[in-house]
Design a protein around this ligand. Structure first.
Ligand SMILES: *[C@@H]1O[C@H](CO)[C@@H](O)[C@H](O)[C@H]1NC(C)=O
Ligand SMILES: *[C@@H]1O[C@H](CO)[C@@H](O)[C@H](O)[C@H]1NC(C)=O
Ligand SMILES: *[C@@H]1O[C@H](CO)[C@@H](O)[C@H](O)[C@H]1NC(C)=O
Length: 526
């Protein structure tokens, strides 16, 4: 079943109450803690539709792409769907025939809702060449590719003006604006509107009180804003935050490259991401105020982004699914993304769970199709799968990885009819073309019965600066877990962009034909 939504509306922190007694303050206001969601969801584009908030994030080579999250209070978020159902613009996104597309794919893109025709729009540039626009009649889809733009809308932000005209702001350092056709699917005019003396990118495009704003980041430590009375400029620039330390609860990089959002009550917030490797880039929220002359500033606490703030004044219109809980794979729910497009003939879901047939003959986890990934919940979490290995074929490896450009796994290996639970490490890619530099090796193993099921567990600590590590254990009864293998020291390099993930895999080293069934995945805070 899908994750339960127990407790999801409780504020993360309850304050010691100072009981003010004004008529509007009969209840003490709670506070929320940053990050609001400790999961890798960078390049935030945030919107509100009526009383519901959505945000879109980058997902690179993972499929489906461009996750959509939903919240009713800006604090509790759930994964709702994806704007890009399949990465179908190049065969290399299939991870087949020796091709791979690691770290390419979905980057900083736009996402918005257009009232006049009831469509949601997603758009983004792929591999510095073309841009694609997808639309959907409902946020959950179906999402379809509607047009190809022969320009790279590098880091695109969409504005739907009061008179329904759509504009895209994009670019790196030279910022351009494109005005779209009435259907929002082609360009009628575009021009450069600003040239910066330092690197800026990550455009988000807003209008407030008749002024046009392009909200840009200086990677990876500053946020700036351009303002003009016309979408075409001239724009003047102002600093929003510059080298502001992240919340002490994370102690990661400077919060940047996010979006501004206005609540139904007219309060403004900035949701930015914090570089928090090895876990990835995670969202933090802070209140924003506007000066009389129309410049926003972020409310800081002792010169840094707050670890907590007063909870937004919002009456939530609903509740969201908790990030922790058990998934039994009645379907592939939107928390999950495949490593590249999956071979859809090699997996199924249903009442028995997730059946993964081997899809690739390889000794390289990074070349194996149909690895299903799930973000790690920081700062520490534990993932446990129940895996039936009765139908493995000789040479198969199936299990649970901590997956990034330096990976390790616990799994089941079948060789010459014998079954072992195994720990493999030293699985690495190098950071130019993301070619595999080592397929790793099995470092520890133990015999298990030749048929049956096994509980496989990975524990991850992705707190920045904590020399985060992953460790592995297994159980044959679901009660008593035995540690296996050494610890994986997480690498914190940013060049792979994505953070570590839990990853369920099954690949063949000899021949296709084997399969496993994963009846559940349980995510818990450590
Ligand atoms: C927003 O609210 C209005 C008024 O209740 C409703 O007509 C409209 O369908 C809602 N829009 C969406 C996208 O739910
Ligand atoms: C909407 O307003 C903009 C800015 O004033 C203008 O350039 C554009 O032509 C208008 N579009 C329509 C459809 O009225
Ligand atoms: C991480 O980055 C450093 C500095 O660029 C580099 O020397 C090292 O090889 C990288 N490590 C990995 C595992 O990519």
């Amino acid at each position: 079943m899908r994750f339960a939504s127990l407790l999801s509306l409780l504020p993360l922190v309850l304050v010691g109450t100072s009981l003010t007694t004004g008529p509007n303050e009969l209840l003490p206001r709670a506070t929320f803690a940053n990050p609001v969601l400790w999961e890798d969801t960078p390049d935030i584009g945030i919107i509100r539709v009526n009383n519901t908030y959505y945000y879109t994030a980058s997902s690179f080579h993972l499929s489906p792409g461009a996750p959509i999250l939903r919240s009713y209070d800006l604090i509790n978020w759930e994964f709702l769907g994806h704007s890009v159902p399949v990465l179908d613009w190049s065969s290399k996104y299939n991870l087949a025939n020796g091709e791979r597309a690691y770290v390419k794919g979905i980057w900083a893109s736009f996402f918005d809702y257009r009232k006049s025709n009831g469509l949601f729009y997603w758009g983004g540039c792929i591999e510095f060449s073309q841009s694609y626009i997808y639309t959907a009649p409902a946020v959950t889809g179906p999402w379809t590719k509607r047009s190809t733009i022969n320009t790279c809308w590098y880091d695109a932000g969409l504005l739907i003006d009061d008179n329904d005209t759509m504009y895209v702001a994009y670019g790196n350092t030279q910022i351009s604006v494109a005005q779209l056709s009435a259907d929002g699917l082609s360009v009628v005019k575009s021009q450069q509107v600003y040239s910066s003396s330092f690197t800026i990118e990550g455009s988000r495009f807003y209008k407030r009180n008749g002024q046009y704003y392009i909200f840009v980041t200086r990677p990876a430590d500053g946020q700036f804003i351009l303002k003009s009375s016309s979408p075409w400029g001239p724009y003047t620039i102002n600093t929003v935050i510059d080298k502001t330390p992240s919340p002490t609860t994370v102690n990661g990089g400077v919060p940047h490259q996010g979006g501004l959002i206005e609540t139904a009550a007219g309060d403004w917030y900035y949701m930015a991401f914090i570089d928090a490797y090895p876990g990835g880039r995670i969202p933090a929220l802070a209140p924003v105020t506007w000066s009389a002359d129309g410049w926003p500033s972020v409310q800081l606490v002792s010169g840094r982004w707050g670890s907590s703030y007063t909870t937004p004044n919002i009456s939530p219109a609903g509740s969201v699914k908790s990030p922790v809980g058990t998934d039994t794979f009645s379907t592939i729910s939107p928390e999950w993304e495949w490593n590249h497009n999956p071979d859809t003939t090699k997996f199924s879901t249903g009442s028995a769970g997730l059946r993964l047939s081997t899809a690739t003959v390889t000794s390289d986890l990074y070349a194996a199709r149909n690895t299903l990934t799930h973000r790690i919940l920081g700062p520490t979490s534990i993932a446990t799968i129940v895996l039936d290995y009765t139908s493995l074929a000789n040479g198969d490896r199936a299990g649970l990885a901590l997956f990034r450009d330096s990976s390790a796994w616990i799994g089941v290996a079948k060789d010459n009819g014998a079954i072992r639970v195994a720990y493999a490490s030293g699985i690495t890619m190098v950071d130019s073309q993301w070619t595999t530099s080592s397929t790793g090796s099995i470092q520890a193993s133990a015999s298990i019965p030749t048929t049956g099921r096994i509980w496989l567990r990975a524990t991850a600590n992705v707190m920045p600066g904590a020399n985060g590590k992953g460790s592995f254990a297994y159980s044959l009864d679901g009660q008593n877990f035995t540690p296996l293998g050494g610890q994986l020291s997480f690498i914190t390099n940013w060049t792979y962009f994505l953070g570590y993930r839990f990853a369920i895999f099954n690949y063949a080293t000899i021949a296709l034909g084997g399969s496993v069934t994963v009846s559940s995945f349980t995510l818990a805070k450590a």
